[in-house]
Design a protein. Sequence first.
Length: 94
Amino acid sequence: MANTRKSTKRAAQAKVRQARNTIVRSATRSAVRTVVDALKTKDATKVKAAYTQAIKALSKAATKGAIPKGRASRKISRLTHFLKKNLPAALGTK
């Protein structure tokens, strides 16, 4: 329970930030899940589009501070490695 006006305001700000971060983290998880689902169809164009969206979502979440930069980097790296292994045509590699 906040005792001062300042602490009341800080508690309210924290609540707003927590809600925003929850939404952003959920969106990044959904974006990564979309890539995996698209990979099951083996359609390179769908996978590439979903992959691009996932990278964008992860990078933006890290920039905004919703997730740590290292975690975003690690997820991007693992996702890229996963795609190169399973459907190299989606990334334009051999």
